[in-house]
Design a binder for this molecule. Sequence first.
Ligand SMILES: Nc1ncnc2c1ncn2[C@@H]1O[C@H](COP(=O)(O)OP(=O)(O)OP(=O)(O)O)[C@@H](O)[C@H]1O
Ligand SMILES: Nc1ccn([C@@H]2O[C@H](COP(=O)(O)O)[C@@H](O)[C@H]2O)c(=O)n1
Ligand SMILES: [Mg+2]
Length: 210
Amino acid sequence: MGTAVEAASKETTGSALSQKNPKVIFVLGGPGSGKGTQCANIVEHFGYTHLSAGDLLRAEIKSGSENGTMIQNMIKEGKIVPSEVTIKLLEKAIAENENDKFLIDGFPRNEENRAAFEAVTGIAPEFVLFFDCPAEEMEKRLLGRNQGREDDNIETIRKRFRVYMESSLPVIEYYNSKGKVRKIDAAKPVEEVFEAVKTLFTPVNEKAAT
Ligand SMILES: Nc1ncnc2c1ncn2[C@@H]1O[C@H](COP(=O)(O)OP(=O)(O)OP(=O)(O)O)[C@@H](O)[C@H]1O
Ligand SMILES: Nc1ccn([C@@H]2O[C@H](COP(=O)(O)O)[C@@H](O)[C@H]2O)c(=O)n1
Ligand SMILES: [Mg+2]
């Protein structure tokens, strides 16, 4: 059977993205750090398409897919869904969109996600936008989010924090060692965070003119 990465790389030639060379930015940070909020701002100002891995998984549950029950159970437990499932959803979303620049939010969440995405798609991110926020602030935001998410309860939030520390931070460290991480202080108010984000998306010549 082999590892997920081996299985994934066998599919590279048949990747749904073989006709496309998209520009990808990974948007990472703890649960509730503000990834979705800031992605919406970036979409509005800079013309990217936002793909949230969590939203794609939740849509897959709603669609009545055969993987729905498994995904629902993993989300309830704050666990990471196997890469092949999430990568297929991301590939399809990228392939079906006419845009060629994407914010991939909440992915890669662990080393398996990272290595399998690279093996399947051959895509390396332009950079990794990392929202750095203290756990107490993230907990407060998640408990106040009020969007009816099944994982916004204190028990699941604690599990998600553990997975973030153990599995997701090492991925951020990996990209940091490659000089790809752009760290933003995400504990500030939304507008201030976006001011910092903007500087990463504004071309250098435009910055000089202002
Ligand atoms: N800078 C901020 N200051 C205060 N509240 C914020 C800030 N950014 C986002 N929020 C609020 O915090 C909550 C979580 O934000 P958001 O959904 O963007 O986080 P996320 O990183 O996408 O979380 P998850 O990983 O759970 O999807 C939302 O209710 C949002 O309105
Ligand atoms: N790469 C991913 C991303 C998310 N999940 C699961 O979805 C949950 C919610 O994700 P958000 O980004 O919307 O917070 C997350 O806790 C995981 O259960 C995943 O498996 N793989
Ligand atoms: Mg989100």
